[in-house]
Design a protein around this ligand. Structure first.
Ligand SMILES: [Ca+2]
Ligand SMILES: [Ca+2]
Length: 327
């Protein structure tokens, strides 16, 4: 085995040349200050106690990989934009989706999803609209980034987005079969485990955790693998195309998701969707419960919202070809 040290866009990687099955593979080693190495292994992916798209729970084998400790922040995304003059989808489209708390006093008065509004000039620098600013939120996760924006940032760092299986394996932190990254205790029985919504979504945010919106990354305890906000704070893009029956279809070793052509969301059958994971500051016990480690959510890859961000992984042999590209 040979190794050498190389600097890539300001991030240190150690390149190791590994000979496997007669093929020479180049595997980058992450910066342990900002990334965590996850040992590979077999875990039970999904849940038979959750929603239908999380079943059947089944054994999945994952190869080891490096993953960011934190969600990508506004200041990190600014470095990328400053270096590349990248324009996000929301900036090019001129609008983006923003959560707006409805005036209704009870859930029965609400039209489902009416709390999402398309707001002109909402983008990553102005997550809730033109009068909003991220000046005091440099260490908050970047939001209002669509799938291509997230992947472009990761590629700029020599990284890619995690697969759905990598994300769930990392989020579980070795807690086999448990509901949350902290165990089986319901979130209302735990103190300060993650940034989520307390109270009745979407009409009353009791805000007992002190963050009605996003929190600075790392404000809450890490999970058992040392990953911060891997549940809660903001949803995170994963590389898999979404299918509600993915766990019936996918292979058992390093699954990478269905194809774009196969992607299917029953609520919008003609629009291929990617997956997002981990829940956000808008997830509550009465509504999405996205902070359960098996929870899955389809998302339009071209759309961005003010509660979805991402983190990156170093490409491995298992996801190098399939996750780096957009289709
Ligand atoms: Ca909160
Ligand atoms: Ca998160």
């Amino acid at each position: 085995m040979l190794s050498s040290t190389q600097s890539l866009v300001g991030f240190a990687f150690v390149l190791a040349i590994i000979i496997v099955d007669g093929l020479i593979l180049v595997e980058e080693r992450g910066d342990s200050e900002t990334m965590v190495w996850i040992d590979g292994g077999t875990f039970t992916m999904g849940s038979d106690r959750g929603l239908k798209d999380e079943a059947p729970a089944r054994p999945v084998e994952i190869s080891g990989f490096w993953i960011d400790k934190y969600e990508v922040t506004n200041s990190q995304f600014k470095q990328f934009v400053d270096a590349t003059a990248y324009a996000t989808g929301a900036e090019r489209f001129g609008d983006s989706m923003v959560f707006q708390s409805p005036a209704a006093r009870s859930l029965s008065e609400l039209v489902p999803l009416s709390w999402w509004q398309l707001v002109k000039e909402a983008d990553w620098r102005h997550p809730e609209g033109p009068n909003d600013t991220i000046i005091a939120r440099t260490n908050h996760p970047v939001v209002q980034v669509n799938y291509e924006d997230a992947l472009s940032f990761c590629n700029w760092q020599g990284k890619t987005l995690p697969t759905e299986a990598q994300f769930e394996f990392a989020a579980r932190g070795g807690r086999e079969g448990q509901i949350y990254s902290w165990g089986d205790q319901p979130i209302h029985r735990e103190q300060g485990v993650t940034n989520h919504w307390q109270g009745t979504f979407p009409i009353k945010n009791e805000n007992t955790d002190g963050h009605a919106g996003s929190a600075p990354v790392g404000s809450y305890p890490a999970n058992d693998f040392g990953l911060y906000d891997i549940t809660g704070n903001v949803w995170e893009w994963v590389s898999d195309w979404y299918h509600p029956n993915a766990y019936v279809i996918l292979k058992d070793r390093n699954p990478i998701g269905v194809t774009r052509h196969q992607s299917f969301d029953p609520s919008e059958p003609n629009l291929p969707k990617r997956g997002i994971r981990g829940g956000s500051f808008l997830c509550s016990e009465n509504y999405c419960q996205g902070f359960r480690v098996s929870a899955r959510m389809p998302a339009d890859p071209e759309s961005a919202t003010n509660h979805t961000g991402f983190r990156c992984v170093i490409p491995t042999r298992s996801n190098r070809l399939d996750a780096v590209w957009l289709n």
